[in-house]
Every structure is written in C-alpha cells, then in structure tokens.
Design a protein around this ligand. Structure first.
Ligand SMILES: [Zn+2]
Length: 174
C-alpha cells in the first residue's frame, strides 16, 4: 500500500524516541494506519533510529501499543489501562545505562536491549509533563511541547486544516 508523501518519511520525527514510536500509527482519511506493520516500514523506521540496532517487530509493536495507551491517558488526564502501565514498567526496569571510558571521553552504553531504551524514554516523556495529543480530531499524533501554546502536531498540516475548518464554518454561518 502506498502512503501520502508525508507518511512515507514518517510524520513528526525528532520527538523523544518513545513519541516517535507512538507516532508510527497515523490517521489517514479517517483510518488508523500502522506505518511499521510490515518489514519495509519497520526497516525504514529503524534506519532512522540506528542506535536501537535490531528489534523484533512483534515486540516493538506490542510495546508501542502500551506506550500509546499510557500517552493517551496522560494527554487526556485519565487512568491508563493497568496492563499497559505494567508493560512499559517491565521494559523500563530492564534499561541499564552505564558509562564506558574511551579516549574521546566517557560514553553511555545502553544495556538491556532496544525495547527497554524506548520504554525508559516513555517514562521520561511522562515525567517531563510536556506530552500532548494533537488538537486536530482527525490526527492521532503525539508531541512533547516546548511551548505551552502549541496545540497541533504540525503547523503546515494540522494547524492549517483547523484554520480552514474555522474559515469554512464562518462562511457557512454567513
Ligand atoms: Zn496533528
């Protein structure tokens, strides 16, 4: 299946790692699409996050489901599914960061494998209290805002669409 251009390159990259993973579910024409459902999508996403190395697709998608539930509950300030919280915690507990001395200075080595690193990122995102869901109801993307006033994932797409909808509404009323 072919995706519109903005999705083939993944929407909204550059968010914290766990948010980037959560955003591999995107809504297109009213339907939620899994951008890492097949090997091609998974490989493309992992190539953007080379620090993770090899990842089992099923395990990654399962962790994503738990993270999305935790993020959704955070954005909506409601209780999260306890199973999702347990899954994120179980993975995050296995994240071991240690320092290794090199001639270029100490570098961090992430023990426990890639999934614990992503789960740890999810915990940090919630701790930072900056997570939001996009205010466009047709959008399921999350972002970590650096600006309290930011309501949309992207100014070119979602904020623009909301502006056009308000414009249409005003004209419909006139
Ligand atoms: Zn959006």
């Amino acid at each position: 299946m072919r995706y519109p251009h903005f999705v083939t390159t993944f929407p909204l990259l550059g968010e914290p790692l766990a948010v980037d993973l959560a955003n591999t579910i995107a809504r297109l024409r009213g339907r939620d699409v899994d951008l890492i459902a097949d090997d091609a999508g998974l490989t493309a996403w992992l190539s953007l996050h080379p620090q993770l190395g090899a990842v089992d697709g099923d395990e990654l998608r399962a962790l994503r489901g738990a993270i999305r539930e935790v993020f959704q509950a955070t954005a909506e300030t409601r209780s999260a599914d306890p199973d999702a919280v347990t899954a994120v915690n179980a993975a995050a507990f296995r994240c071991l960061a240690t320092l290794t001395s090199t001639s270029d200075g100490p570098v961090v080595e992430w023990g426990g494998g890639p999934l614990p690193v992503i789960a740890r990122s999810a915990v940090e995102v919630v701790a930072a209290a900056s997570l939001r869901g996009c205010a466009n109801h047709d959008c399921v993307l999350f972002f970590a805002h650096g600006d309290e006033r930011r309501k949309f994932c992207d100014t070119r797409t979602c904020a623009n669409r909301a502006r056009q909808a308000r414009h249409r509404e005003r004209h419909a009323q006139a």
